[in-house]
Design a protein around this ligand. Sequence first.
Ligand code: ADP
Ligand code: MG
Length: 250
Amino acid sequence: MRKNSGQKVIIDSFDLAAGRKMAGKYEVLSLLGSGWEGEVYKIREIRTGIERAAKLFFPQRNIGNKTAKSYAQKLHKLRQVPILIKYHTEEILLIRKFPITVLISEYVEGDLLSEFLKKFPGQRLHPYQALHLLYALTCGIEEIHLLNETHGDLHTDNIIINRFGLEFDVKLLDLFHGPYPKKETRQTDILELIRIFYDTLGGAKRYSKLPVTVKQICCGLKRSLILDRFRTISHLREHLESLDWSSDTF
Ligand SMILES: Nc1ncnc2c1ncn2[C@@H]1O[C@H](COP(=O)(O)OP(=O)(O)O)[C@@H](O)[C@H]1O
Ligand SMILES: [Mg+2]
């Protein structure tokens, strides 16, 4: 823990040990991951034995509890959307005598997309698999957009692959709570989604060898082309549902 010149408390790691009790109700099991806003631990609710995830916010990223509050409110508003993790409750934890906000949510089993890709030769998916993943993400994000909300921070460390077969069961974490207009953030979601698709296919190294059907979606990652072709996420979903690959080889 440090204090900067304005005496603002800065914490960049909590280092909670396994077995530590939280708020008298939970027990820490392990660290799941960390990012810009905080650290996330797998915890167990002591009375029920149920596993959950606890996101501890770094105080400097959660001034006035704004970040945690808006994340919780957004998850609550979107609680019917299956692609999003479920919010449970908020707790305050004293760490090194400093109050830290903890957001308790559903624990999601599976691999982050970034880790999942490492299991495949060349760290990339077959175009057909990548299309299935893109379709699952598109349908999930479409539900968010139809409720007049956005994700705003889609990347391979905010996507958990829960199960996959022909269908992908995916979960999204970490909604962005910024000041940007909704229309712009909806466009960002579409652009980031297509960027993820492009990356799962092997990125720039593989692009020239990809089937035309796939290139028509990636549009060479040209922002204006993508937004022109897919004016809304629903356009992208409809496009995927009626793909014509009769002249393509996969
Ligand atoms: N509900 C959850 N279930 C399982 N793992 C999670 C969960 N929430 C977060 N994680 C893990 O913790 C990491 C950081 O969480 P995230 O909410 O993305 O924090 P940040 O805003 O700091 O990036 C994620 O990349 C993921 O590995
Ligand atoms: Mg994150």
